[in-house]
Design a protein around this ligand. Structure first.
Ligand code: PLP
Length: 250
C-alpha cells in the first residue's frame, strides 16, 4: 500500500541527531514517506553547533513548490525557522499545509540559538498543533514556565492565539500538558534516565504529524507520539555516540 506522505520544513543537523535527520528517521520508522524542505544548514555534533547557514527564502519557496506541486502531502511538521521571511512564507502558504504541526525551535540541546521567539511566534496565530517545550512556551509568552501549573496556563494561553492544539512538554517529557478543544489533559509518562535526548522534540512533533496524516484525532496522535519518543529515549539510553548528549533511538 502507498504510504502517507509527510513533509518536514526544518533545519539540517549534520550530527544526525535532530532536525531534518530526526524527522526523516521518525517518518520512516512510523511507515510514512518523508519529504523535506530545508530551511537552514547547521554544522553540528553532539557537543554543539559551530555554524548556521539560513537557506535563502527563494530556495525554500522553490523546495516547497516542488514538493507540494507533485506529492500528496497529508501532514506537515515545521521545525527550525531562522529567517523571518521563511516564517512569513509558511504563513502565506498555510492553506496548502494540511495537518500542520509547529515545533517552535529556539535553542539547540547544547545551548546554541537556532531561532527567535518573535520569528517563530508568527505561526502561533495559525491552526497548527503547537509543540513547545517549557522553555519555548516561556519564550513565546515572555515569562517563566517551569511548574505543571505554569505549563497548564501557558498551554491555554497559547491555544487562545489560534492554534488547533498546544502540547507543552516537560523535562524528559515525563509530564506534558495538552490543550485541545477547550480541555486540558495532563499526559504522564515514565521518566527515562538518559543523557541521550538530542532530537526528542523534533521526533515528537514528527511523530504527531505522521499520526495526523493517518487520520488520528489530535489527542490520539499526541499520545502515540509521546509513547514513540519514550521508547526511543529508552532504546538509546545506553548508546555512546560522541562526547556530548547523544540522540535517541528511532
Ligand atoms: N532543529 C535543528 C536543526 C537542531 O539542530 C535542533 C537541535 O539541536 C533542533 C531542531 C531541536 O532539537 P530537539 O529536538 O533536541 O529539541
Amino acid at each position: 500500500m502507498t504510504p502517507p506522505v509527510v513533509l518536514t520544513i526544518a533545519g539540517s543537523d549534520s550530527g544526525g541527531g535532530a532536525g531534518i535527520q530526526a524527522d526523516l528517521k521518525t517518518f520512516a520508522a512510523l511507515g510514512a514517506f518523508g519529504t523535506s524542505v530545508i530551511t537552514a544548514i547547521t554544522a553540528q555534533n553532539t557537543l554543539g553547533v559551530t555554524a548556521v547557514h539560513s537557506v535563502p527564502v527563494e530556495n525554500v519557496a522553490a523546495q516547497l513548490d516542488a514538493v507540494l506541486s507533485d506529492l500528496p502531502v497529508a501532514a506537515v511538521k515545521v521545525g527550525m525557522i531562522s529567517d523571518a521571511a521563511v516564517a512569513k512564507l509558511i504563513a502565506e502558504r498555510v492553506d496548502d499545509l494540511p495537518n500542520l504541526v509547529v515545533d517552535p525551535v529556539l535553542v539547540a540541546t547544547a545551548g546554541s540559538r537556532l531561532g527567535e521567539a518573535a520569528v517563530v511566534g508568527v505561526l502561533t496565530a495559525y491552526p497548527c498543533v503547537l509543540t513547545p517545550n517549557r522553555h519555548e512556551a516561556g519564550a513565546l509568552l515572555g515569562r517563566r514556565v517551569e511548574t505543571t501549573e505554569e505549563m497548564v496556563s501557558a498551554a491555554a494561553e497559547l491555544a487562545a492565539l489560534g492554534a488547533r492544539a498546544v502540547v507543552v512538554t516537560g523535562s524528559e517529557m515525563a509530564v506534558d500538558v495538552l490543550h485541545h478543544a477547550g480541555e486540558t489533559t495532563l499526559l504522564r509518562g515514565e521518566p527515562v534516565a538518559t543523557v541521550n535526548n538530542h532530537g526528542s522534540g523534533c521526533t515528537f512533533s514528527s511523530a504527531i504529524a505522521v499520526r495526523l496524516a493517518r487520520g488520528d484525532a489530535v489527542p490520539d496522535a499526541v499520545a502515540a507520539a509521546k509513547d514513540y519518543v519514550n521508547r526511543g529515549l529508552r532504546g538509546g539510553s545506553s548508546w555512546r555516540l560522541g562526547a556530548g548528549p547523544g540522540p535517541l533511538d528511532h
